[in-house]
Design a protein around this ligand. Structure first.
Ligand code: EPU
Length: 423
């Protein structure tokens, strides 16, 4: 198990490239199960979550290889049973359910287990697939879905108590591409990653309109074919480095970003007093750190609102921003594990009922801290950049799930970090 040692106090300068989106790559990789033909997907980040998905596709019978950022997947002859040993490692493996069901008329996937960021049910995924005609059975920790006579289009409302579901929308949209007739998904997730998946499916021959809005219409087709696709930039990785640049940077430049996807994050960073400038094309930004900063109020919300996946990192930035900040996570109200660790570094944060109240302090101080999930670990790295002393962040495997070579990118910007083996 690796840990990261961050020696606080270095100034970040220079430019890095932002990787392809993890959360777009995962369902797109799963969607290759919908065709027997070759698919080539570019800019798939080399992170452990995409590696798990590649292993799942291989275990299902796919012929998959990765060379640098490009994945070639051919799922000609596949089985319908996703192995528990692989599925249990990553909650997003649930998104093989829709494509397997559509292609094979049956699929067996183990129920995802608990998750440190809160209760993460799959009831909406199942409600959607059931509406398309799947029969659902639970046994031995597995969900079996069958649709012997194929799937049929239906009108489905996917709204849950915490809003729309991203992977649930993906699952139903993928299954509906091969269903007979028209499917309408109301209260669909409108995240850019859902739109990227829809663009991928449409290039394969699917007939999807409305992706990126709350209402998606899918006209089923008989079959899909192989294609090449380039994944969108990772807006959460970009946001994380924007926060790093706001904390410790001097004109840090981020390339291969998408301005339109970063509006809510840019607004929050600018409200705290820093400035973010984009080039005309909107694919490069420069973050200008300001000395005059102030607390902000943030409420996470489905896209285009402020993303829950950037909540922990913003909390880390606000921990040393003068004034009071209030951060409410409406999507995962229990996603505040990072706050206990930030408090060990001297942050003044009170968490109550899905809301963190942060009183900015002048400086944090290094402490041994433990990463609890992907974004919480990113928050600890950010906090450590300006903390006094050397912070040791253990359980680095959490950050390796979703940030491509984060230590190398930080080193390129001039941060003083070391990845070492934790014995
Ligand atoms: N929900 C239900 N029932 C369901 C599904 C979801 O009640 O059947 C609830 C969840 O408990 C949550 C809300 O709906 O309160 C939204 O969850 P959603 O289904 O949208 O989450 P997801 O699709 O499982 C994706 C991202 C997460 C991100 C969320 C929210 C991927 C692979 N994962 O998860 O990313 O936090 O959307 O935007 O796309 C991360 O990258 O760190 C991460 C956790």
């Amino acid at each position: 198990m690796d840990k990261l040692i961050v020696h606080g106090g270095a100034t970040l300068r220079g430019a890095i490239n932002i990787s392809g989106s993890k959360n777009a790559s995962l369902p797109i990789l799963a969607a290759t199960l919908l065709t027997a033909e070759d698919c080539i997907i570019r800019r798939v980040p080399d992170v452990s979550d995409t590696n798990y998905m590649i292993q799942i596709l291989s275990a299902l019978g796919g012929d998959v290889e990765r060379s640098s950022g490009t994945v070639r997947a051919t799922c000609a002859d596949i089985v319908d049973h996703a192995p528990y040993e692989l599925v249990r490692r990553m909650r997003a493996s649930i998104c093989v359910m829709g494509p397997l069901l559509a292609r094979k008329g049956r699929c067996v996937v183990s129920l995802p287990g608990g998750c440190v960021i809160g209760d993460r049910p799959v009831d909406l995924h199942l409600r959607g697939l059931e509406a398309l005609g799947a029969k659902i059975e639970f046994e031995g920790g597995n969900i079996t879905l069958t649709a012997k006579d194929g799937l049929r289009g239906a009108e489905i409302d996917l709204r849950g108590t915490h809003g729309p579901t991203v992977l649930g929308t993906d699952n139903v949209m993928m299954a509906a591409t091969l269903a007979e007739g028209i499917t309408i998904i109301e209260s669909a997730a409108a995240e850019p990653e859902v739109l990227d998946l829809a663009n991928f499916l449409n290039s394969m021959g699917a007939k999807i309109t409305g992706a990126g809005t709350r209402r998606i219409v899918i006209e089923g087709v008989k079959e899909l074919h192989g294609i090449e696709h380039t994944v969108i930039p990772d807006r959460i990785e970009a946001g994380t480095f924007m926060a790093a640049a706001a904390l410790a940077g001097d004109g840090v430049i981020l390339r291969r970003v998408c301005r339109d996807h970063l509006k809510a994050i840019t607004a929050a960073i600018e409200q705290s007093g820093h400035r973010v400038d984009f080039n005309e094309a909107g694919d490069i930004c420069t973050v200008h750190r300001s000395e005059i900063t102030r607390g902000v109020n943030i409420v996470t919300a489905p896209y285009p609102g402020y993303p829950t996946d950037m909540q922990a990192q913003m909390t880390a930035l606000l921990a040393t921003t003068p004034g009071i900040s209030v951060i409410k996570d409406t999507i995962f109200p229990q996603r505040f594990m990072h706050c206990a660790e930030l408090k060990r570094m001297g942050a003044d944060i009170r968490v109550d009922n899905g809301t963190a109240v942060v009183h900015g302090v002048a400086q944090l101080s290094a402490a041994p801290v433990m990463a609890s999930d992907l974004r919480a670990s990113a928050a600890l790295v950010l906090a450590a950049l300006t903390a006094k002393g050397s912070t040791e962040i253990s359980r680095l495997y959490h950050i390796d799930r979703g940030y491509e070579h984060i230590d190398e990118k930080l080193l390129m910007l001039g941060a003083d970090v070391e990845r070492v083996k934790d014995h």
